[in-house]
Ligand binder design. Structure first.
Ligand code: SF4
Length: 457
């Protein structure tokens, strides 16, 4: 079973699959060199990025992530402000501090190769890292796949047969929504209570709550920082950051009593997404491209829901995680695998179900909310302009955040009975994603990425 802490990870922007995953893969490779006792024999490291990682790697900060992971950095631990200066130093011939322990010569522009036209057959986001000794012989080679949401698998792990067996050590293992709902009914628990009981086999409950509130605080911080950071997003389009001006305008309208309250979650999500797009500190939720939606709905819960408290925040995150696990286990949360329906669609589904739960929704209403949210994201493609997680991503998060709240409220008006089950919509999303052409799956070769890059007639 997955953990709530697999779905929500404190890290950096702009992409979970293209920034967080590659940094973790490189760190794992450096750790392996250390573990195998060959670190001090390394003369040269080579990193090959394939497929989507190569095609949109520059805009997603993949090269920097892969390089700085080799130095032992993690997405959670690294100071986002240190990334650009460190890369500049390496490009100016400073040695690479391999695993944080051993210096070697390394030129990011020579030693990281982007294979834009080569997709490894197993997954669109492949990377292969080599370590060579002074005499040129290969000391170690490993292939990693960044499979979405910051999850990485080695070639062997990806090839391992999926048994579908559940973890015997946890009290409530489930593989799909029907099983989750049946367990909740049988044991008289909400989704949040059931996930919490599972988590308690690994961690003390007080610690689980502390960590969840820490995650919520980082989410809240990313909303607040998004309001403050004026200027432009990195990249060739120099897209203007909109959140600070929108915040001032909305605040003024609010003071005059003429602001539509539903503009707030849109603004919150834009603020977080702009933080993400600029490589700032955010929570992967469950991916970085869609990192604005859950914090925005949670912020809306805090600001506009009577009786909002820490208990509700914990329940919100646990419920969202339960729903996210269903997608991760039965479909995908990777834009490179299934398009944006797997990122923004999944985050919207998690947020809608979670908000419905903290408003007092029944199990059936929560499932209904999660289902509606995905049903109306089916087929959503991933076409980031210029390979940057900016257009359409930032605005798309804003729209989805508002949608999640409305959907939760809609589900609460009904009794939860509906034709399309959450399991069916998850299956449909996955099949639709597999049918989608590669040009619409985080390659920036189709959709807006193509039309915006073309000159106007
Ligand atoms: S279009 Fe969607 S899936 Fe693609 S990078 Fe943007 S947010 Fe992620």
């Amino acid at each position: 079973m997955l953990s709530v802490f697999d779905l929500f990870k404190i890290g950096i922007g702009p992409s979970s699959s293209h920034t967080v995953g590659p940094m973790l893969a490189s760190k794992a490779f450096a750790d392996l060199l250390l573990e195998q006792g060959v670190l001090d024999q390394v003369q040269r490291i080579k990193v090959n990025l394939y497929g989507s990682l190569a095609l949109t790697g520059e805009g997603h900060g993949t090269v920097a992530a892969a390089v700085l992971g080799l130095e032992g950095n993690t997405p959670r631990g690294i100071d986002p402000e240190s990334i650009a200066p460190r890369m500049q130093a390496l490009r100016a011939s400073e040695p690479l501090h391999l695993a944080g322990k051993f210096d070697i010569a390394f030129d990011p522009d020579r030693d990281v190769e982007l294979h834009k036209h080569l997709f490894l057959p197993q997954h669109a986001n492949g990377m292969r890292i080599y370590a060579f000794a002074a005499d040129g012989h290969e000391l170690l080679r490993e292939t990693y796949f960044s499979v979405g949401g910051g999850f990485i698998l080695t070639e062997a792990q990806l090839a391992a047969p999926q048994t579908g067996q559940s973890d015997d050590d946890i009290p409530y293992s489930f593989c799909n929504s029907a099983e989750l709902m049946a367990l909740c009914r049988e044991h008289g628990k909400t989704m949040a209570q059931l996930v919490l009981a599972n988590e308690c086999t690994k961690l003390d409950e007080v610690e689980i709550r502390r960590r969840l509130l820490e995650i919520a605080a980082v989410m809240q911080g990313s909303v607040a920082r998004g309001y403050q950071h004026e200027g432009r997003l990195p990249g060739p389009f120099a897209v203007k950051r909109r959140a600070p001006a929108l915040y001032q305008r909305l605040l003024a309208m609010h003071m005059e009593g003429r602001a539509d309250v539903m503009l707030w979650p849109t603004l919150y999500a834009i603020a977080v997404s702009e933080e993400n797009a600029s490589g700032g500190r955010i929570v992967t939720a469950p991916t970085n491209g869609a990192a604005g939606i859950i914090p925005a709905v949670l912020q809306y819960y805090r600001d506009f829901t009577p009786g909002a408290n820490d208990e509700g925040i914990v329940d919100f995150l646990l419920t969202a995680a339960a729903i996210g696990m269903l997608y991760k286990m039965n479909a995908s949360i990777s834009g490179a695998e299934v398009g944006c329906q797997g990122e923004v669609g999944v985050a919207c589904s998690m947020a809608a179900g979670a908000y419905c739960a903290v408003l007092g929704g029944t199990l059936a209403q929560v499932e209904n909310a999660a289902e509606i949210a995905m049903e109306h994201h089916l087929g959503l493609t991933c076409d980031p302009v210029g390979g940057q997680v900016q257009v359409p991503c930032v605005e798309r998060n804003g729209v989805a955040a508002e949608k999640a709240i409305k959907i939760a409220q809609l589900a609460l008006l009904e009794d939860g009975q509906h034709l399309v089950s959450l399991d069916k919509v998850i299956e449909t999303m996955y099949r639709t994603g597999l049918d989608m052409k590669n040009s619409y799956k985080e390659t920036s070769l189709g959709g807006l990425a193509l039309t915006v890059a073309q000159p106007e007639c």
